[in-house]
Design a protein around this ligand. Structure first.
Ligand code: SAM
Ligand code: SF4
Length: 516
């Protein structure tokens, strides 16, 4: 077992807990004076199972009439950690809270309910959440009426839930990724019973449609599927997000149409492995390519999708993307490693050669295609030569940018028990070299824009300078230029005058007859 894995086993000892009652609503226990109602808890063995049961699609009214006043006059604050999937789940959580009468606030002192929507992908993400809980404890002691909840991927981990019950028992609610729609009932339970309420479903049940969502800005996320069945050996997601299940095409298309009607300028279709879309839809022969083709006919200016898995990326999708239109030519295609041996140990189910062939096919078929990626360095046993293969693949593909990570052992995953003889110092050096290489290719890609006029969707002011606006090209390149704040949310044309590694700079121009 790697030395870096957090030892959660100490939290599996409940000898000082007293069982108060046990019935069909769950178990009530008392630990150090705190009563906890455990309606259901996570179980990693269950989360690992993949059953054949049919997925039900439920068209739910998640906030019943009698709960629509519960938050009137009160405020909520949701902190989101992790990926776009979590950001989007937070939009649903906020949507439900607002239907319950709560109003948004940025101030902890004003908030009556604070939720931490958590990420479990790497250890440092978990450390940040426990750090935040430490700060919130002081607030809770000052204001016992404040409701504190922990949800998201960490809540799906047995060790984390046990740790919260034992060491952070000022928390009022814990719920997982499969029962977000139960939030109104859990808030009601925690408010009225004053117990800590724990409800985490280990088995992903159904797809719940019609949940309210609080979207902001002009870019919207749309889930097309949930879960992941790939079980890459380093990854916790298949356990925390459950089995792959696709939303029905008509439900996705109706949601995109509604966003178009509301004036959204860009949508991103979301899933852990979007290329598996449709494979679980019984009696249908309908894939991501088909969905993209149908969505390309909707009047929404830009359509993206993430995240792709190289193994399932098929020719049909390439053929549809090659038609362009509102389907942008940016593909995020995580490679993870450039070494076939490491990829095998990661159980990625493709080789270096297969990835390179796919990248080649994409560049040949889709005009101006841009690829970005995710890479892990320091996987257990990764040799210097294997790392060099990653660098050489980065050079060969010429990624525009990449998310790069040092491998982080996740309890219960196969890689966490693989022998790891790579010292942390070496892993850090590899990460640095990898980032330098990616930066170099980012700069080359930026330089290609010099003198060109690009179409930019303006997102807001630049982080460092209020007078400078920031937006993105179709290929997701960040663009800075001077302009009035009225342009936020609009498409503009910018002539590129300067290039940096991770962004390009330019000046506003009128729309040209031909875009570069
Ligand atoms: N489903 C996507 C895929 O297969 O590429 C991405 C899922 S994950 C949220 C995003 C990225 O986190 C992965 O692509 C991987 O590079 C990284 N990641 C996942 N588990 C990790 C771990 N245990 N240590 C370090 N990085 C990890
Ligand atoms: Fe994790 Fe692999 Fe699934 Fe991506 S495809 S979520 S990396 S198991």
């Amino acid at each position: 077992m790697s030395k870096q894995t957090k030892d959660y086993s100490q939290y599996f000892d409940f000898s000082d807990a007293k069982v108060i009652s046990e019935d069909e609503t769950g178990k009530k226990i008392r630990i150090r004076g705190r009563e906890i109602h455990i309606m259901s808890e996570p179980n990693q063995r269950e989360e690992k199972k993949r059953g054949k049961q049919e997925v039900q699609v439920m068209y739910e009214n998640a906030v019943p009439e009698e709960l629509r006043q519960i938050g009137v006059g009160k405020h909520y604050l949701v902190y989101t950690f992790g990926c776009q999937m979590n950001e989007h789940d937070s939009e649903t959580i906020k949507g439900m809270l607002e239907q319950m009468g709560y109003q948004a606030t940025e101030s902890r002192d004003e908030a009556d309910i604070i939720l931490l929507n958590t990420c479990a992908i790497r250890e440092n993400a978990e450390d940040r959440v426990f750090g935040e809980l430490g700060h919130l404890k002081t607030l809770k002691l000052e204001r016992p009426g404040l409701l504190l909840g922990v949800c998201g991927c960490m809540a799906q981990e047995e060790g984390v839930v046990n740790r919260i019950m034992q060491k952070h028992n000022f928390v009022d609610m814990i719920f997982g990724t499969h029962n977000i729609h139960r939030l109104p009932h859990l808030v009601q339970g925690a408010l009225f019973s004053k117990e800590m309420v724990v409800e985490v479903w280990s088995k992903e049940g159904d797809i719940v449609e019609n949940l309210p969502k609080k979207r902001q800005g002009m870019r919207g996320w749309v889930n097309i599927m949930y879960g992941c069945d790939k079980f890459c050996t380093y990854c916790i997601v298949p356990y925390t997000r459950g089995k792959e299940r696709s939303r029905l095409p008509e439900d996705v298309i109706a949601e995109v149409r509604e966003l178009a009607r509301q004036g959204f300028k860009e949508i991103t279709l979301l899933g852990q492995n979007v290329n598996a879309y449709g494979k679980d839809l019984e009696g249908m022969n309908y894939t991501l390519g088909d969905l993209m083709e149908d969505i390309s006919k909707i009047d929404i200016p830009r359509v993206r999708f993430t995240t792709s898995h190289p193994r399932d990326f098929d020719d049909r999708l390439i053929e549809v993307l090659a038609k362009g239109g509102n389907l942008v030519e940016h593909i995020h295609l995580p490679v993870q490693s450039g070494s076939t041996e490491v990829l095998k140990k990661m159980s990625r189910k493709y080789t270096r050669e297969r990835y390179l062939e796919l990248a080649d096919k994409i560049y040949t078929s889709i005009p101006n295609a841009v690829l970005t990626t995710d890479i892990i360095v320091g996987f257990p046993g990764e040799t210097d030569e294997q790392f060099e293969e990653t660098l050489s693949l980065v050079r060969q593909v010429g990624f525009d940018s990449a998310y790069t990570f040092i491998y982080s052992p996740r309890e219960g995953t196969p890689a966490a028990s693989m022998e790891d003889n790579v010292p942390m110092e070496v892993k850090k050096q590899r990460l640095q070299r990898l980032n330098d290489t990616i930066k170099q290719y980012g700069r080359i890609s930026s330089e290609k824009f010099l003198g060109q006029v690009v179409e930019v969707l303006v997102e807001g002011a630049s982080k460092n300078n209020d007078h400078v606006l920031a937006g993105r090209t179709r290929t997701n390149k960040l663009v800075h230029f001077e302009g009035s704040a009225d342009l936020i949310g609009e498409f503009v044309h910018v002539q590129i005058t300067d290039s940096k590694s991770f962004y390009i700079k330019g000046e506003l121009v009128a729309e040209p007859a031909v875009i570069g």
